[in-house]
Ligand binder design. Structure first.
Ligand code: NCD
Length: 326
């Protein structure tokens, strides 16, 4: 694996290998000294052309725990505001000696361009490109679910979870603004490849063209979906207002009433159903405080696991190895 650009082209074996390395990385994060010397002397550049809190901090923490040097670039306040092109920005960074690029960009496909134009010849990690993909988010979601449900690994070892079977056959509902969500797209491909049964629950206006060809079951009514299926997890998506240039639903109250994970809907879910959200959350809109703060919410586990998963990705791409031997 040279780059991590999407999950649609990530094989099941490669995905499981990343999750298994992340499992080893979690042990590092639990130590008093949370560091491995494996990327000493290497430089990871975080290039953020779009706002981010958790993803940027998480990549920075991951690179630092592997002892890499980290350069953070954000387009706001840089020469991009003076009109510098993507090519010049990348070549400037390349000249400073980057060993890996982590890229978030509003343009779908930008990480693919960086990986293939020849402006720079280092591994590229997609940290979210427009409405396209966000592969490390999907990997951390799969990792979190695998741990919560009882996992499996390439070696076939199965740890028992509340439902005793890991991701295999687990029903996962992804609810809300699928149309604008790179998180949903990456999760659909990865979870399906890992054996989960993915359900999308959304108003027809917030589903993308071609969704009928995705490996998913579609629902257009949240209450009907929650009553008819026994979901292992319900993943709520943020409504991506910043990507909406027309009206996709009547108003916020109406959206919350029909599509929000309210306290009442939470109370109606089976006790073992986990709640997920990639963050940032709009409390009271797509998710109620009752759901976000419930003991069944894995939302902070997702953030915590994000560091281990990104350590695994950087380790895999920069060393080419499958295990840490630590
Ligand atoms: C997501 C993103 O930026 O795509 N957030 C994240 O990376 N944790 C989801 C979102 O912004 O809604």
């Amino acid at each position: 694996m040279k780059h991590l650009l999407d999950t649609i082209s990530l094989s099941r074996e490669e995905a499981i290998s990343i999750l298994d390395i992340a499992e080893e990385m979690t042990q590092v994060s639990e130590r008093e000294v949370k560091k491995l010397p494996v990327l000493r002397g290497r430089t990871v550049v975080n290039l953020f052309f779009e706002d981010s809190t958790r993803t940027r901090l998480s990549f920075e923490a991951a690179a630092k725990r592997l002892s890499a040097d980290v350069l953070n670039f954000s387009a706001k306040g840089s020469s991009v505001s003076k009109g510098e092109s993507l090519q010049d920005t990348i070549q400037t960074i390349s000249a400073m000696g980057a060993d890996a690029l982590v890229v978030r960009h509003p343009g779908s496909g930008t990480p693919h361009r960086l990986a293939h134009t020849g402006w720079i010849d280092v591994p590229v990690v997609n940290a979210g490109d427009g409405t396209h993909e966000h592969p490390t988010q999907a990997l951390l979601d799969a990792f979190t679910l695998r741990r919560a449900l009882g996992g499996f690994s390439a070696s076939g070892a199965v740890k028992e979870g509340p439902r005793g079977r890991g991701l295999d056959g687990a029903k996962v509902a992804i609810v809300g603004d699928v149309l604008h969500s790179r998180v949903a797209r990456s999760n659909v491909h990865l979870l399906a490849r890992l054996g989960a049964e993915v359900h999308l629950v959304a108003p027809p206006t917030l589903l993308p063209w071609g969704v009928e060809n995705w490996p998913v079951t579609l629902h257009y009514d949240l209450d009907e979906a929650l009553h008819s299926e026994d979901f292992a997890a319900v993943m709520m998506l943020r409504v991506q207002n910043e990507r909406m240039h027309e009206s996709f639903f009547p108003n916020e109250r109406e959206y919350a009433r029909l599509w929000g994970l309210s306290a009442a809907r939470l109370a109606g879910l089976p006790k073992e159903t986990f709640i997920m959200h990639p963050g940032p959350m709009n409390r009271g809109f797509e998710i109620s405080a009752a759901a976000a703060d419930s003991p069944r919410a894995l939302i902070l586990d997702q953030v915590e696991n994000g560091v281990s998963v990104r350590m695994a990705v950087l380790y895999r791409l920069l060393t080419g190895q499958e295990g840490t031997n630590e």
